[in-house]
Design a protein around this ligand. Structure first.
Ligand code: BGC
Length: 331
């Protein structure tokens, strides 16, 4: 086990808006989300950032205090438009963000992160199981950045939740392998290895009985199939056993909407790994997206700074030494 000992960094000291790569990317269609930032270790940050969580049913946003993970603005939620085409969803994101910032007030150089329910590569959405298929191969970074007029860092929604647990919650300070599962409309997954996020794991799509497991054991699937909690738990144990067989995690964290009802099924779940409830349920996507954006901005800023040279050693000089020693300072 190791602890994080890096000094806190103020996110609002970071001029993400003046990042030439980010600015160029917003206009040119190039993605800003450097893969390196996504796999960075969590470090303590201060200041505030804006987190947005886009799901199949709702779009939520709030301003997050990065030192405490507390939401410091209202948490605004709007329904995800149907059909959930990119343009329509982005308009809803813009409306939600406007409402948050109207209430909170303007913030200079605000880092903005947006969690999306699909695999994200270089700022592009690659899959869209619970959103309109127009999101597949869509340049989400450029479109969101252009519409919001700010550089937006995009991240898979479950990875965002994983970052929240890594920076502030149940994955913090744990080495080894941790898997976070968000159980809701689908099943989202975040894999954390030795304190770093391994993005885009998509374990909700592992096959169980020849079907994507999320279509059998997500929260929505449980309701659709009319499973009692005990029946659902028995099938969910099968899913957990498969994850354990392949990945040998040390810790499994359960989050998402279904975790709010954990009193109904917790005692029926069986794992070899430590099984814990997520610290953040409804807010994990917002907190993690805000944190990931601030961390990415910090990483990019650090990469731009020239490496510091070690101070030059003064050459030992006999004459200088004897002069200093022999000449008393006049006052
Ligand atoms: C998507 C994941 C997402 C999860 C939870 C799945 O259907 O493929 O990317 O994290 O749902 O929203």
């Amino acid at each position: 086990m190791s602890t994080i000992d890096t000094a806190p960094v103020a996110a609002n000291d970071i001029d993400a808006a003046s990042d030439p790569a980010a600015t160029a990317a917003a206009g040119s269609g190039k993605a800003t989300s450097a893969p390196a930032a996504a796999t960075s270790r969590a470090i303590p940050l201060t200041g505030v950032a804006l987190g947005i969580d886009v799901g199949g049913t709702g779009v939520k946003a709030a301003v997050v205090d990065l030192a405490s993970a507390e939401l410091v603005s209202a948490r605004v939620r709007e329904k995800t438009p149907q059909p959930s085409k990119p343009e329509a969803v982005i308009e809803t994101v813009a409306a939600v963000v406007d409402m948050v910032l109207a209430e909170y007030g303007p913030v200079a150089d605000l880092a903005v992160g947006c969690g999306l329910p699909g695999a994200i590569k270089y700022g592009y959405m690659k899959t869209a199981a619970n959103l309109d298929k127009g999101w597949v191969d869509f340049d989400a970074t450029s479109a969101l950045s252009a519409r919001l007029g700010r550089s937006v860092h995009v991240i898979n929604d479950a990875d965002a939740a994983g970052m929240a647990e890594l920076a502030y919650g149940e994955a913090k300070g744990h080495e080894g392998t941790t898997i976070l599962l968000t159980i809701g409309t689908g099943i989202g997954s975040a894999l954390i290895s030795e304190g770093r996020l391994v993005p885009n794991t998509e374990f909700g799509h592992l096959l169980m009985h020849d079907q994507a497991s999320e279509t059998l054991v997500s929260g929505v699937a449980r309701e659709r199939r009319g499973l009692k909690w005990k029946e659902w738990a028995a099938e969910f144990n099968e899913y957990l056993a498969m994850l354990e067989f392949f990945l040998w995690p040390d810790r499994i964290i359960l989050g998402g909407g279904v975790s709010k009802r954990s009193d109904k099924y917790w005692d029926h779940l069986k794992t070899n790994a430590d099984l814990v409830k997520a610290r953040y349920l409804n807010t994990s996507g917002i907190i993690g997206a805000a944190y990931a954006a601030a961390l990415a901005a910090h990483t990019e800023e650090a990469a731009r700074k020239p490496a510091r040279r070690p101070p030059r050693k003064a050459k030992p000089s006999t004459s200088a030494r004897s002069t200093t020693a022999a000449t008393p300072k006049r006052s």
